[in-house]
Design a protein around this ligand. Structure first.
Ligand code: MOS
Length: 729
């Protein structure tokens, strides 16, 4: 039996707080943790069939134009080469995951430098690589490729639904007692997942199985079927372990379709793993952004107007554009509002979702501008934010579901020792270092995505969860087990969680911070259905039944679950869908960041000294994995503030720093002790778990606190991220 739930209203059907098992929320270890640290968890390329062939992608060396010909004859004559795949079904850039389709793109039209145009397949990886290097392409370049978003020849689109115009911002700016009007830029970012994109394809008759590294299997199945021109019924995808995604694996990437095409032709399994450079250049990038922020405030520091204009870029025809202004309509008060979103069509690697698309870069910039306003108005930055928290969504005029920004700001300030900050820049020295403190708000929209899961309670009293959900390092295995354990009164070791197989009920997948809450709700509903069946057997109401430690307790009777089941196996499916709730209330997660930096007075080098994040995201499902997500987000915030920057060649748009030697992620030496505080909260509008997404919250705005700390330290306001020493000195 399936229990369906459409979130049309608030829902507190299960008072998880009253449950006695006490599993949900605890810092439970990952059940698969030992497998991972001992190298036994098998990632995409870890289990290859004996007869596997290897494919290596060959890529275009022009920016825009046509593939006229490839000299496959010469390559086929090389040792070990089995085939060369090219043609209209090859993907040139990744699908977008949520769309459910990967439009057939073809290898003939070149849209960016480094686009894959062919796959060379051989008995060994070395032979395939040799063949790929030897393949001669005849390419015809169009001379007019626009590769820079500011090129006057770039066509610029303004999607109507992204623009907001309320009141008269120009007038508000004129009348303002204090105002800020500044331009900021953030560079492109790479998702930088540790495991490269990889797929191993294998056909059995008309059906293909792909084992690989993907975030959203139900969508990826639809994308693959669409790209191959076959029915979804004939596609199975397996991804039991995924070595990080960060957005770049929301959709399938070129290697998946190429591997499937090659395997079909050869009748043997084909494995294709991207090199690090290929991951950079042929999966996706976060768009660079150019942003203008206008803030108007009255003499008390109350915002009367907010302007947020953003220019981002993507390939011609792509749906996605970095949603920079996503949180600007509802974060702060202000009756005059102008939000402008523009997309420049340019020929660079496809832009897509990277680590909290939108707020990660948009809020960071807004929070730098807020710091500028605080200084102009002579108001403490924490106070300025608190003053401007609206009572309801000021744009859509709907209430907030739950909202803990004020608490997060207070708690952070208290714990960090914010009262010791000298508001005057350049006033604290430690040897040759200027020392300063900065802060920023955190906000991330909350989403619910349709999700299903099946729970089986077998006659021996053990439970099994099955869903095509992924665990991309986020802790899915742990939290789903905790939810089922709580609901069915079982210890963690009596719950088995099976993920990453499209034969299981389709889940939300992992992305957009929606995975745990969406799929966790499906598991909750599946367990609720099993509880109904148990109540029937026990002839009692759910409210009168306590499940604990493998026993059912009804009144003064305590019966082992095995005896209640009496040889039966119970199955419950849960199915949750978004409904009207998301229109009735504004749902988001909130938090705050506090950072202390040292800026070297000789070199201009910035060293983060300590950092604190306080986050409220509804019920915390697992205190350990939630904290880890926030630590990761803040670490990427350090990268965004200080080191990360994709550089594109001005002439042909190619990505210059396409590896971890040249694209600088923060390493251990860049990351001091980071403290994460989770504020407990309940959000009944989000889902019956009352949990909101936390995965991406920890990066949204994080870089702003560091850039603001740099200003407090040395008096230099950096508006072009990252704040490398050349910009600070
Ligand atoms: Mo995410 S950047 O939606 O995986």
């Amino acid at each position: 039996m399936t229990l369906h739930l459409k979130m049309d209203d608030r829902d507190d059907r299960y008072r998880l707080d009253d449950m006695v098992q006490g599993l949900v929320g605890t810092p439970t270890d990952r059940p698969e943790g030992k497998l991972k640290v001992s190298g036994k968890a098998s990632y995409a390329m870890d289990v290859l069939p004996d007869d596997v062939c290897h494919g290596v992608l060959v890529r275009a060396t022009i920016t825009h134009g046509k593939l006229r010909d490839l000299d496959t004859e010469a390559v086929r004559a090389l040792p070990g080469i089995r085939t060369v795949i090219t043609g209209k079904r090859m993907l040139r850039n990744p699908a977008q995951g949520m769309a459910g389709k990967a439009p057939v793109q073809g290898s003939d039209d070149i849209a960016y430098f480094g686009q894959p145009v062919a796959l060379v397949v051989a008995d060994t990886l070395e032979q395939a690589r040799h063949g790929a290097l030897a393949l001669r392409l005849t390419l015809e370049a169009k001379g007019d490729a626009v590769v820079n978003p500011h090129d006057p020849d770039a066509s610029v689109e303004m999607p109507k639904k992204e623009q907001v115009l309320i009141g008269d911002l120009d007038e508000a700016m004129k009348k303002a007692a204090f105002s800020v009007d500044q331009h900021y830029t953030t560079p492109g970012h790479s998702s930088a997942a540790m495991e490269p994109h990889a797929s191993v394809a294998h056909w059995h008759g008309d059906s293909v199985t792909l084992r690989g590294s993907y975030q959203m299997l139900a969508y990826n199945k639809a994308e693959l079927a669409d790209a191959l021109g076959i029915s979804e019924k004939n596609v199975r995808i397996l991804a039991p372990y995924v070595g990080g995604g960060f957005g770049a694996k929301l959709g399938i990437s070129p290697e998946a379709v190429a591997a499937a095409l090659a395997s079909k032709e050869l009748g043997v399994p084909v494995a294709v793993s991207m090199t690090r450079q290929q991951v950079f250049e042929t999966t996706m990038r976060r768009s660079e952004t150019n942003q203008r922020i206008r803030l108007a405030a009255d003499e008390n520091g109350l915002l009367t107007g907010i302007g947020h204009e953003a220019l981002v870029s993507n390939l011609p025809g792509e749906d996605f554009s970095e949603p920079v202004t996503q949180a600007t309509p509802f974060l702060y008060r202000g009756e005059n509002r102008e939000i402008v979103h523009k997309i420049a069509r340019i020929h660079r690697t496809c832009a897509g979702s990277v680590r909290a698309p939108g707020e990660a870069v948009g809020l960071t910039v807004l929070e730098i501008a807020m710091d500028e306003l605080a200084e102009k108005a002579g108001i403490d930055p924490v106070e300025l934010r608190k003053k401007n928290i609206p009572d309801q969504d000021p744009t859509d005029q709907i209430p907030f579901s739950s909202h803990a920004l004020a608490e997060a700001l207070d708690e952070g300030a208290r714990r960090f020792g914010w009262d010791k900050r000298n508001p005057k820049p350049r006033s604290t020295r430690d040897g040759e270092w200027f020392v300063g403190m900065g802060m920023a708000s955190a906000v991330r929209v909350n989403m619910l995505i349709e999700s299903k899961a099946r729970v089986t309670l077998s006659a021996d009293g053990r439970a099994m969860i099955e869903t095509d959900m992924t665990d991309i390092g986020t802790g899915t295995y742990a939290i789903l087990g905790q939810i089922a354990g709580e609901m069915l009164g079982l210890p963690m070791e009596d719950v088995e969680t099976r993920l990453g197989d499209t034969e299981f009920p389709p889940a939300s997948g992992s992305g957009g911070s929606f995975g745990a809450a969406s799929n966790g709700t499906a598991v909750l509903l599946g367990c609720e259905e099993i509880r109904r069946q148990l109540c029937k057997k026990l002839n009692c109401e759910d409210a009168d039944m306590t499940l604990k430690g493998g026993y059912a307790i009804v009144g003064n009777k305590r019966i082992a679950l095995r005896d209640v089941l009496d040889g039966d196996t119970l199955v419950g499916e849960g199915h949750v869908q978004p409904g009207k709730a998301e229109k009735k209330v504004r749902q988001a997660t909130y938090g705050s960041y506090f950072a202390e930096v040292g800026v070297n007075s000789v070199t201009g080098e910035t060293r983060l000294r300590r950092m604190l994040g306080v986050f409220a995201a509804g019920r915390i499902l697992n205190a350990k994995t939630a904290r880890s997500q926030c630590l990761g987000g803040m670490t990427f915030g350090i990268g965004m503030a200080l080191t990360e920057e994709l550089i594109h060649d001005r002439r042909d748009g190619h990505m210059v720093n396409h590896d971890f030697a040249e694209y600088h992620l923060p390493v251990n030496a860049d990351v001091p002790q980071i403290e994460v505080v989770l504020l407990e909260e309940r959000d009944e509008w989000a889902n019956p778990l009352q949990a909101k997404g936390i995965g991406e919250l920890g990066i949204c705005g994080a870089a702003g606190s560091i850039v603001n700390a740099i200003y407090n330290a040395c008096g230099v306001r950096v508006r072009q991220l990252p704040a490398t020493l050349d910009k600070v000195i």
